[in-house]
Design a protein around this ligand. Sequence first.
Ligand SMILES: [Zn+2]
Ligand SMILES: [Zn+2]
Length: 341
Amino acid sequence: MRAAVLSNFGVPLQLAELPVPEPGPGELLIQVRACGVCHSDLHLAEGDWDLLKRITKMPLVLGHEITGVVAAMGPDTDGFSLGDRVGVPWLHWTCGKCEYCVSGRETLCGEQAITGVTVDGGYAEYVKAKASHVARVPDNLSLEEAAPLFCAGLTVYKALKSSGIRAGETLAVFGIGGLGHLAVQIAVAQGVRVAAIDIAPAKLELAKECGATWLIDPAKEQPRKALRSVGGAHVAMVCSGAKSAYETAFPCVRKGGTLVVVGMPADPIPVSAVTLVAGELRIIASAVGTRADLAELLELASRGGIRCRYETQPLANAADALDRMKRGEITGRVVLTPDRE
Ligand SMILES: [Zn+2]
Ligand SMILES: [Zn+2]
């Protein structure tokens, strides 16, 4: 099969011919129809995150926003049939036995395997997945539009859920990229009023299409002032990986509000203890989501409220897609389609 392979950190992906994986007990072989290109893929490829660098398989097939159809089944995969439409998330496998797994927090499982990090992912014609951890894609969602829900969508869905934001409250989303534009839609679908903050006019335009009430370009007006005039943000969610986005976001949170950490700059984020205490602010972080979160999100998406903006690219353009992402040139999501030339 064809795959875009990372042979070492910092080296461009290269197309290579690999053997088709063989599904073992409890495993499915999936023919990949779509795989989203996530910002994490860029960080992984460049070895930016020490925590993950240590456990990254090498050489590696990246990609953890995968949808496709079941092409073969190993033993103990009852309930699946050839041709079933499924998706594979970041969380490739969890132990099901540790304190986190048994308390509904499997994203924290210490034994977890990660798609496109510790095991090969979806920048390939085929991928192997655990039947226990794949999700079915609702019939009314195309495989291309569903793929980004498996990481970008899931991450912001779970982050919003953890923030406790309610209908009628104000959410400020910093960075309207793949995650941000889905965060806007998910929040709007839940009756939340959204302020979108980005320096790129095209991304603010996208936020508007996604239902944002306020569009703020920090180069033109101070987000803190703009948000204060509407009462401040109950929740500020930073989807950008820029440290400066955190500096801008923190003062936008109203008293008693919450800063949600989603985007991951390599450097520590600056936080004032005085501001935290004086405003009784909370800072929470959220890592992808559980299988239950994913099922809720897919259900929400199937009701029609959430549409990922994407463009498709052939597998051969995977390296180029990462380059464009690095330069900030992508609006929405790039989805690779390995079954097409
Ligand atoms: Zn991701
Ligand atoms: Zn576990």
